[in-house]
Design a protein around this ligand. Structure first.
Ligand SMILES: Cc1cc2nc3c(=O)[nH]c(=O)nc-3n(C[C@H](O)[C@H](O)[C@H](O)COP(=O)(O)OP(=O)(O)OC[C@H]3O[C@@H](n4cnc5c(N)ncnc54)[C@H](O)[C@@H]3O)c2cc1C
Length: 395
């Protein structure tokens, strides 16, 4: 009995000492390492392999540049934001992970060189084995959701929009998942059909996966389907629209076209998810762009931002047809860094307080209601149509 009392007193003494030293109670439930593994925030990636897939597309393989840090797990369909510095301009672009989520030795990104682009031509021309890049952790909501998506999946890809699908298809095929899949893949010519060999292999081994190529500019030797991914072609492939879930990925023009075709087929909107690669090439052609605004118009932006722990103010002049984030990144002398990841208005990393003025956003971009209510914009997809006052210090 005495011994128990002594033990109790000893434990109480230890507890008191601990409380004195440590005023804030520590919380450790063993999940922190798992959390850090899933959400490392930033990743450092090193190019380990480069492969040319077509005239304008390359596949880059990245391993972790830190030997003690493994790559973060991801869901097939997610992307990472790759940061680059080009002629002093620090910027980033999102790229879907094309590799299978069932292995984490490397990520593969497939980059199509965009005519008139900024980052993609740079990556295409310059990336070499050994180069190191900063990237975000895997992000995005474009992945299979087992509660809502069911077992019959229609994947519609345009050009490099195949990248998230190849990861999803690899996953379905490797794990022999019991889905029925129709992949409708639109390309310009047969030379632009990325991952063709692998797609053929997958559909040979997995009868539940059907692939249909549609070429919009086929050569004379092409005997397959040609034209655009129209409603008739979609219907011919999938038989009926019922009891299916639809995924669309492609450039802005392609996804708008296909979305409209699905609407005409009366596919319910809640049965469709999409990812549009990149900002519109010409924002003045987007529905809702104010007709009275000349594409050559320049506007004045008053920027408030922190530099060396001091609040600074600068007025700049920018074109109204360029996303605000791009214009801000051009100001390399100010070294302003705005967090960003998706550069398409979805993730909200770049949310910025708009103190006054008006911006245009393509109608399909849905920013969070709370951002709207409190006057925040997503500069990655916002175009300034009047003079603006932005406060980059209010997050
Ligand atoms: C979720 C998601 C996943 C994606 N996945 C892929 C993928 O797997 N593969 C793929 O190929 N693409 C993918 N994309 C598209 C990709 O992110 C880029 O949009 C694409 O590579 C084009 O980028 P770009 O910089 O070449 O062209 P743009 O983004 O169109 O760049 C041109 C713009 O850069 C700016 N600019 C030009 N010159 C300068 C300068 N000197 N200083 C500062 N700014 C300048 C201007 O605003 C100009 O309009 C994805 C997009 C999203 C949203």
């Amino acid at each position: 009995m005495m011994e128990d009392i002594k033990k109790y007193q000893y434990v109480q003494k230890l507890k008191k000492m601990r409380e004195e030293v440590q005023t804030v109670p520590s919380y450790f439930d063993g999940l922190e390492p798992l959390h850090d593994r899933l959400h490392p925030g930033k990743l450092w990636l090193q190019v380990s392999d480069v492969k040319q897939l077509s005239g304008d597309t390359k596949l880059f393989r990245f391993v972790s540049a830190r030997s003690t840090k493994v790559l973060a797990p991801f869901r097939a369909g997610q992307y990472i934001g790759l940061t680059v510095e080009i002629n002093g301009v620090r910027t980033s672009r999102p790229y879907s992970i094309a590799s299978s989520p069932n292995q984490l030795a490397y990520y593969e990104l497939c980059v199509k060189k965009k005519g008139g682009g900024f980052v993609s031509p740079y990556l295409f021309e310059n990336l070499k084995v050994g180069d190191i890049f900063e990237a975000t952790e895997p992000m995005g909501n474009f992945y299979y959701n087992r509660i809502f998506h069911g077992k019959n999946l229609v994947f519609i890809a345009g050009g490099s929009g195949i990248t998230p699908f190849i990861s999803i298809l690899r996953n379905i095929s490797e794990r022999a998942l019991p889905f029925k899949v129709w992949l409708i893949f639109g390309c310009l010519t047969d030379k632009d059909i990325l991952f063709k060999e692998e797609l053929e292999d997958i559909q040979t081994r997995r009868p539940n996966i059907k692939v249909q190529y549609i070429l919009s500019e086929p050569g004379p030797e092409w005997s397959g389907v040609s034209g655009f991914i129209s409603k008739d072609k979609i219907l011919k492939n999938i038989g009926s629209i019922d009891n299916k879930f639809y995924y669309i990925v492609g450039n802005q023009e392609m996804y708008r076209f296909v979305l409209n075709e699905l609407k005409e087929l009366e596919v319910p909107r809640h049965k469709i998810i999409y990812e549009a690669f990149g900002v519109p090439d010409d924002v003045t052609k987007i529905m809702g762009w104010p007709e009275n605004i000349d594409a050559l118009k320049k506007v004045r932006i008053t920027l408030e931002f922190m530099q060396l722990r001091q609040k600074k103010k600068e007025v700049i002049e920018v074109p109204c047809v360029e996303p605000l984030l791009n214009s801000i990144e051009r100001l390399m002398k100010l070294r302003i860094q705005v967090n960003n990841s998706c550069r398409s208005g979805q993730c909200g990393s770049c949310r910025t307080k708009l103190l006054s003025g008006k911006v245009f956003m393509p109608p399909e971009v849905k920013i969070r209601e709370i951002d709207n209510d409190f006057g925040y914009i997503h500069p990655c997809i916002s175009y300034p149509i009047t003079d603006l006052h932005l406060d980059l210090t209010q997050i």
